[in-house]
Design a protein around this ligand. Sequence first.
Ligand code: ADP
Ligand code: MG
Length: 760
Amino acid sequence: MTQTEAIGSLTEAPNTDNNPQQNREKSLNTLQLQVLGMRCAGCVSAVEKRLLTCPGVVSASVNLLTEKARIVWDQAVERQSVIESMVKVLAAIGFEASEISLNTKLINHSRTEAKSWNQGIWVALALISLAVVGHLAPVPILKNMYAHWVIATLALAFPGRQIWWDGLKALMNGIPNMNSLIGIGAISAYTASTLALYVPGLQWHCFFEEPVMLLGFVLIGRQLEQRAKKQAASALESLIRLQPPTARLILGEGDQELVIPLENVQVGDCLSILPGEKIPVDGIVLAGISNVDQSMLTGESLSLVKSPGVEVTGATLNLSQKLIIETTKIGEATTLGQIIELVEQAQASKAPIQRLVDQIAGYFTYTVMAIAVATLIFWWGIWQSELIFSLKMSISVLAIACPCALGLATPSAILVGTGMGAEQGILIKGGEILENVHHLTGIVFDKTGTLTLGQPEVTDIFAATLTEPELLSLVASSETGANHPIAKAILTKAQQLNLNLPIASTENTLGMGVLAQVVEQEILVGNQAWLDLHQIFIPLDWQEKAENLAKNGKTPILVAIDEIFAGMIALEDQLKPEAKTVIAQLHKMGLEVWMLTGDRLSTSQSVAAQLGIPLDHVIAEVLPEQKAKVIRDLQAENHKIAMVGDGINDAPALAVAAVGIALGTGTEVAMETADIVLIQPNLTKVIEALNLSHATFNKIQQNLFWALIYNSVGIPIAAGILYPSFGIYLNPMWAGLAMAFSSVSVVTNSLLLRRTSVST
Ligand code: ADP
Ligand code: MG
């Protein structure tokens, strides 16, 4: 962009990027529900549909694995009434729901996640072994069909009851799930065998071992699945566990300490932390100097020195000396609370492909039941096979169908992927982002604070009219109100030289500079566009001088006093040491790399040259509010863009980019608008985040592929498609085993993600 364009746009309405969507979201809020009793993707879509019927609910996203629903509600409706109506509609279709907050999370973390199916498992195993022994061994009593009947009745009445009972309830509520399929299968097998036993005239044969083994395999499979799920969810739980359960509250004059539960700590409380203890909340050090290990939050093993006035973060470890802190944030407001919130949000989210799968799964169980009926009709009615044989085929269809594998495909991978990320200070906000990362073609970096350290230093002072210290002192006074890194650098320089700063009133224009009133004098400090805008004449030799400084990577800041050009100050910012290799790696990954900055073009090009960014990929002299437009323009040219920024004025650009990556926990705005938050300001984390997203997305695709293949191959085989030509068919119990295997294998495949290395 040229200088004139930049100026021209100043007169336009600023803030064109303030979209109505964001304003709308301000009136919305999110909350979380724990929803118990969901079995498969069919239940997920049923729950989501019902939640959307509640007044005030704007959107609902349900995660089968964590059994949590994330609801966005309109603040116009009272929170409590939204919760009540949601709990009610879910109860009506057989799901138990309750609200979750960070406090309940902290207290309940020991009994979190799904209930285990432990109870029935030993009974199931015993029954299975009886059935197997009865099949193979010459134990007379076990050859007896009445003994088989007893075993099968026990199996259905005790361990198996939870399956068919739940299945029937769900069927009656109009949302059949996988338990309905298994339940119908087991009950019809049991009923047919019982009839065969007690009405010999029918000349049917008994197959009691089938329902027993079917239920047994399903229960064992579920147990394994449950374990794998727990492992998948462990990262979030370990995040929650990072917080110490208690804190040492300092009473009165500080001579007394009281150990209190973490929930009772209030903002403003003074706490003491002994060496070796965790800091319970976010706060500011009042007394003591100590090393603090923050690796649990950042993933980087580097201890920092904390002294009075410095901020400390909850859940980090105090290493060397006793610290006294004042509490500034508690509960969900702490850094850890926000990280947990982000991870949960991510884990409740879905990849867009999963939404489609959930929709299919809503009809899946009905379809399977229809196929089962068709199978029975075909073999018995058309093929004229024996009724029992036909019935077995039909039961196998019910048993092999696995809506569960479909339902777990995405959430299990997202759970493991986002969990791994959280452990390394990479917060990926959800499934959709993984898909977007997968399609990226380019990446745009903000310069200041992202590619550079963002701590410029004054290198040269050139005065045209006054002496150099006089110029610096006037400029520093003018910059007192500004919060820009340039302003801070100039103030630091003035302090170092012990200059006294006259009182000034200043006005800061973002991305341009300041206009100040210093003792009767009007001072302008800023870039060339800023001086041009005020029609200040800059002598040609000074323009050349500025350009030369810029070509060496320095940022010249120009000064005018009472509308007369008065000199300039040059600043230089250090590049981050890892920047060059990271950009080379991104190029190798096939991404185009751009630099986006408000700084002068020649300064930026000089920096770009050092980093290996092509000069025509430097987009400089862009005003803060235009950064989003630049990203939008690139995307209009069919680029899929990731924007990396430190967030101070990059939030709109982060929001517009296909993937917004905020570097360093700097600002809350950035944390909110970005899609990926990197806790450390280290650029190598950008590559790690991309690698992790790719790996997770690949897992999702693999899982969905296998779940779909499994069902679309398994169901026809169970229906007997191979029987006429090859004589191959499946007994219900083998179908049950295959079903159990498929959902376990999906979750296990997701767990394998942990083996992938994402580091560079
Ligand atoms: P970046 O995109 O590099 O973060 P900004 O958009 O914040 O940069 O600023 C762009 C340019 O505007 C700076 O390089 C500087 O020349 C000028 N500028 C902005 N604020 C100030 C200030 N307070 N004092 C002097 N110059 C400023
Ligand atoms: Mg910046």
